[in-house]
Design a protein around this ligand. Sequence first.
Ligand code: ZN
Ligand code: ZN
Length: 429
Amino acid sequence: MNGTAGTVGTRAERAVLGGLGGARGELLELYRDLHRHPEPGMREHRTAGKAAEALRAAGLDVVAGIGGTGVVGVLANGDGPVVMARADMDALPVRERTGLPYASTVTVTGDDGVGQPMMHACGHDMHVACLVGCARLLSGARDEWRGTFLALFQPSEENGEGADAMIADGLTSRVPHPDVVLAQHVLPYPAGYVGTRAGSFLSAADSLRITVHGRGGHGSMPQATVDPVVLAAMIVVRLQTVVSRETAMTTPAAVTVGSLHAGTGPNVIPDRAVLEVNVRSYDESSRTRVLAAIERMVRAECAASGSPREPEFERLFALPPTVNDEAVTRRVAEAFAAHFGPDAHTAELQSASEDMSRIPEAFGVPFTYWGIGGTDPGLYARAAAAGTVAEDVPVNHSPHFAPVPEPTLDTGVRALTVATLAWLGTASA
Ligand code: ZN
Ligand code: ZN
């Protein structure tokens, strides 16, 4: 790991990060505690309480209960820029298989009354610990910077509803207005890695339910029917051409028909078919174009089959693309390059999706979102040498995914702090 405080980076970075040695033990303990106690989206009461408690102990003002369990810590330190950093808090319905001494054994009861094992399988526990650490270090060295730091802890990222819940509950009028929003996510790269990317970074995710109508009847008299099974089959095949024939090679996109249901038996032609479709894209224009192409093809296939009713389109799930602001990303990337040296990288495009961008969008301000590695560097190096990274390195949402506490925590705290000081650290000069 590069970037040892006292050798590189700005004076403000060295002074603020000088507090990391004294805070590290408690932050690691907080991380392990959160890992042991995962909570589902919109039910992160304990996690939010821990974050709020740590923020108050560090001297921040705390606004809690925004959109359910959302928390914002406010560290006002004179005139200057206002920087918001965001972490997500929710865990996943996964049974942990890491074998770690602090592994989760938690089971929660779902809305259906059924018990469900829970796990922090996406590193949100690490995000919380890193953001608490950054707030604590900034608070401990207030002479080194001017402005306001906002530490935002968001519920329910995995369900794509937490950012919207905070915004609907008045987030933008309950905390100071930021000039910029920063966020990070643990990814399956070697711990120590930080990766920024200007422009498109994470995909948009859209899920649709499409109902197409036929005219039911006897399997022996197809002439009296409109067969929705054949219609749905045509649609499945036709939709394969949205990406292969209508999308440029340089514009990644994916269209997947994940479910198709019709009929009850061999000699009954049903009266409808239901398809569920997932769409991934990297910017609003290709997203709009792909969704429009799907609708056009479905309507045209229905017309071709003589469908007696227009198809119905229901949006099940929609997450925006995460498109990083060019200028903000450049500023953060330059600060990372100076601080982290060869561990600072340009990140690859990621196929996952996020609701984080809704927060800066609600404030009308730019953002950048970067990745930090969480995989044991030795494990990663062995897998890379053997050509087995895909098989041997657990990815987010795997029951084996758990960032190594160090150096992941160190890197995450440093990255948030260095990026924040790229705005605040120059304000005291
Ligand atoms: Zn996730
Ligand atoms: Zn996540």
